[in-house]
Design a protein. Structure first.
Length: 144
């Protein structure tokens, strides 16, 4: 991962890009990791959501009209049934109270496929759900 990220960011830097934005909200170690890696090649890490309420951030994302699908769940936080679901108000209502509504603590990961900044939605079909490392359920998506 580090080598791939370094190569990709180096290519962007060579094209005159000096910063990369991340959607991290609260994890200091992840923020530091990203800053350190980008600093090593002379780029800056930006965190426009840093320190915001994760509940408000999740609701704003939905209210603005973005669409995403849950592509991975940590089974120590959520059951398999959350994998492959749309990230919407029903999803938020169904989350256990211990789960962060933005998945900031790794409960889930998602893929954004549509929203107000998209010229057209990314089309896909949901494929199989796979358990990996006896812990993480991945919902594979296939481009259509």
């Amino acid at each position: 991962y580090n080598a791939l990220m370094h190569d990709a960011m180096s290519c962007f830097k060579a094209r005159g890009i000096t910063a990369c934005a991340f959607g991290d909200i609260a994890l200091e170690d992840v923020k530091g990791y990203r800053e350190e890696n980008l600093n090593s090649i002379g780029m800056k890490a930006l965190f426009p959501l840093w320190g915001r309420s994760t509940k408000e951030t999740a609701q704003t994302f939905i209210d603005l009209g973005f669409k995403s699908i849950i592509t991975c769940v940590d089974t120590q936080a959520l059951p398999l049934s959350f994998a492959g679901r749309l990230f919407d108000n029903r999803f938020l209502a169904d989350l256990p109270k211990e789960a962060d509504p933005s998945g900031e603590w790794g409960e889930f990961h998602s893929f954004v496929f549509d929203g107000p900044i998209f010229s057209r939605p990314v089309t896909f079909t949901v494929a199989q759900k796979l358990l990996r490392d006896n812990r993480f359920y991945y919902c594979d998506l296939i481009s259509t």
